[in-house]
Design a protein around this ligand. Structure first.
Ligand SMILES: C[C@@H](O)C(=O)SC[C@H](NC(=O)CC[C@H](N)C(=O)O)C(=O)NCC(=O)O
Ligand code: NI
Length: 129
């Protein structure tokens, strides 16, 4: 059976992104691969080991590239958290940009919020008790 393995995003500063996804969002650094012949480094982050089937994020750093044009097509990554309000307060205190305050989704009841990662990628926080 096929499975969704990861989503890859290019980042301008690997340790800045690893810190955001691990220290602030609570993910773990699962593995890291430096490919000097390709002038890039990969770091896989997630809430569970890939072997469990959990979807993970592949952070790709291209040597020397500190900024990307994200364009207008990318939507967001979604993360389930037990307390969206508390997570937003912690993210805000850590200097992250909350772009949509926590509250019920329009025309629904699920509590969501949006935060930007260090490169400006949108992360949707969805309340999952
Ligand atoms: C490990 C696996 O999940 C990969 O995605 S590695 C694939 C490889 N990635 C890169 O080259 C990343 C750096 C590149 N400059 C970029 O920004 O995408 C890849 O795409 N290889 C191309 C190939 O034809 O093998
Ligand atoms: Ni990949």
């Amino acid at each position: 059976m096929s499975s969704l393995l990861h989503t890859m995003i290019r980042v301008g500063n690997l340790e800045r992104s690893v810190d955001f996804y691990t220290r602030l969002l609570g993910m773990k650094e699962l593995r890291r691969r430096d490919v000097p012949e390709g002038k890039y480094t990969l770091v896989f982050v997630g809430y569970a080991e890939e072997a469990t089937g959990a979807a993970v994020v592949e952070l790709t750093y291209n040597y020397g590239t500190e900024k990307y044009d994200l364009g207008n097509a990318f939507g967001h990554l979604a993360v389930g958290v037990p307390d969206v309000y508390g997570m937003c307060e912690a993210l805000r205190a850590a200097g992250a940009k909350i772009t949509r305050e926590p509250g019920p989704v329009k025309f629904g009841t699920t509590v969501i919020a949006f935060v930007e990662d260090p490169d400006g990628y949108k992360i949707e926080l969805i309340e999952r008790k």
